[in-house]
Design a protein around this ligand. Structure first.
Ligand SMILES: [Zn+2]
Length: 556
């Protein structure tokens, strides 16, 4: 029977008992692809051409029907449909990831035990001992699919059809054969190239509910060391979490039953123990239906978009902020940008990061604050700068008076580093409007305007103590310019006294500027209040003038 699957040349490379192993496996219902992979034969043209299932009505107990032609054809056509409808623009290549049911590990062990029990195991295992260098590499670049090949495998050419094949050093797993086939057939269906390093991943997940818990009997045998725990998943609804119900899909999470758990447990058992527990030969054979394709998606690695933002409204926060389920501001810079950027990229989601952040009531003026947006699972992969600039215009037009974006551009992931690294080093300039409890003289304002590199001791502000540890920090006010903002009033000696002042300052990273003005009940020393000798200095407005970080590069 084996001679109908493979050519005489491949047969000649296999152990002499290979035909008996093939017959034995087929008598247990194995499909032809499972026979080939157990015999360590890797030949893409065989995998792809094979109609696999011995008969259309039975399901192979080794692969649970995963390698059957109907199952593969259905998966390829569903993947092709999804690809064409999900509009991935600019994709040139792809890679495949496959998840298979863990019970296949138990079934692989059962097949091994069947072969051993028939006295054929020793001969077959010799494949694993052979020197991989025994064969000459006749075809150094047989096909791109062979990039999947493992290092130690030697590729041969079958003189019958001049196509490459290899005898691997150990059984080929179902998952690997499936990846081979999907890579080959989806490449044809989609016109994309298969590329192991591709950023676009076709993900397929298969389940087989009828045998989903068939490994649990091993829990009763101590030497198996298997403990399976089933936990009901929880989902978030609004701001509350609840347990999922029985009739919801995927409501149970199984712990302690990974592929390796099952392999280790099954390896501890003998053929006789499989028989004693009723798994061999009957239960193993009783498979009435093939696996379901339960997960199918395309996942592309993130793209990164950088820019600078100005904020002209005191009602917009930096990112979406909630406290006990209540929004702190109706809108955020993050959301206003994402509202145009996410749909443009047809992205699943985004992650926003900026060089520091300002409070809701603080404006971001000057050249703006650097930020980047990680675009999660984008479906537009080839955006041009012109298109990105169009998105920028759209954001700016629909948010006039609130925010303005500049220098919006795609950047490589590595280029996000300067922004991440800047947290501890960047200086910032601010402008604040401060109301004093009593008027002060011009000479006083001029005096403190001469201060350079003023050292501050800042105890964590009362307003952020809930989220920050309470400790003293050393900060620096590099430059300070203080001047009147109104005409003031005449004092008793005829000199003008000013009680509304503008404080412009440049500080080290992380300085709490409001606290530097009003002193936070003496927790910041010195402060404008203390320097001017007034009872109170109330911050009316605070704006950021400049974030000292030349990033990203200007878009010309
Ligand atoms: Zn099979």
């Amino acid at each position: 029977m084996l001679s109908t699957l493979i050519t005489p040349f491949i047969l000649s490379q296999l152990p002499s008992q290979a035909p008996q192993v093939a017959t034995l496996l087929q008598s247990h219902g194995a499909c032809s692809l499972c026979v080939l992979r157990v015999l360590c034969v890797r030949k893409v043209s065989l995998f792809v051409a094979s109609t696999a299932s011995a008969s259309a009505t039975s399901t192979c107990p080794l692969c649970l029907g995963l390698l059957s032609r109907p199952s593969i054809s259905a998966a390829v056509s569903k993947a092709a449909d999804l690809f064409s409808t999900s509009a991935t623009r600019g994709a040139a290549n792809f890679v495949v990831a496959v998840r298979v049911p863990v019970q296949l590990a138990l079934r692989a062990r059962a097949a091994d035990l069947i072969i051993d029990h028939a006295g054929l195991g020793a001969e077959i295992r010799k494949v694993a001992e052979r020197d991989p260098k025994r064969f000459d590499l006749e075809n150094p670049d047989p096909s791109q699919l062979d990039a999947l090949a493992k290092d130690k495998q030697t590729i041969l050419t079958d003189p019958h059809d001049n196509l490459p094949f290899s005898i691997t050093q150990s059984q080929i797993e179902v998952k690997e054969v499936l990846r081979f086939i999907m890579a080959h057939e989806f490449a044809q269906a989609s016109n994309l190239a298969f590329l192991p390093s591709s950023e676009l991943q076709l993900e397929l997940g298969f389940d087989h509910p009828p045998t989903g818990d068939e490994f649990e009997w091993m829990q009763s045998i101590e030497k198996c060391g298997l403990t399976v725990r089933k936990k009901r998943k929880r989902v978030r609804e609004g701001s509350v979490w609840r347990k999922m119900k029985d009739d919801e899909p995927k409501s149970i999470r199984i712990e302690g039953a990974t592929w390796n758990h099952i392999v280790n447990a099954a390896n501890a058992l003998s053929y006789q123990e499989f028989v004693d527990h009723g798994y061999l030969p009957t239960k193993f054979r009783e498979v009435s239906s093939p696996c379901d394709l339960s997960d199918l998606k395309f996942l592309h690695k993130s793209l990164w978009v950088a820019g600078r933002y100005n904020k002209y409204s005191r009602g917009v926060s930096n990112s979406r902020m909630e406290f006990k389920g209540e929004r702190l501001a109706a809108e955020s810079v993050e959301e206003l940008i994402a509202a145009s950027l996410d749909p443009f990229f047809h992205a699943d989601n985004h992650k926003f990061a900026s060089a520091g952040r300002e409070d809701v009531d603080v404006l971001m003026l000057g050249s703006g604050r650097p930020f980047y947006m990680e675009i999660v699972n984008p479906r537009v992969l080839d955006a041009t700068q012109e298109e990105i600039t169009e998105v920028q215009s759209k954001i700016n037009e629909s948010n006039a008076g609130k925010i303005k974006i500049t220098d919006l551009q795609l950047i490589p992931k590595n280029d996000t580093k300067p922004l991440k690294d800047s947290a501890a080093t960047k200086r910032k300039s601010y402008s604040t409007l401060v109301r004093l409890s009593k008027g002060v003289r011009m000479a006083q304002l001029e005096e403190i305007s001469k201060l350079k590199d003023l050292e501050l001791k800042q105890q964590t502000p009362v307003r952020v103590m809930q989220s920050r540890s309470d400790k003293e920090r050393d900060k620096i006010v590099h430059e300070l310019k203080v001047y009147p903002e109104n005409e003031g009033s005449l004092g008793e000696d005829g000199e003008r006294l000013y009680d509304l002042i503008r404080v412009d300052l440049t500080t080290s990273a992380g300085t709490y500027v409001k606290e530097f003005c009003h002193s936070d009940g003496g927790r910041t020393v010195p402060s404008i209040k203390e320097l001017l000798g007034v009872d109170s200095a109330v911050v009316e407005t605070l704006d950021v003038l400049h974030v000292f970080l030349d990033w990203p590069k200007p878009v010309v």
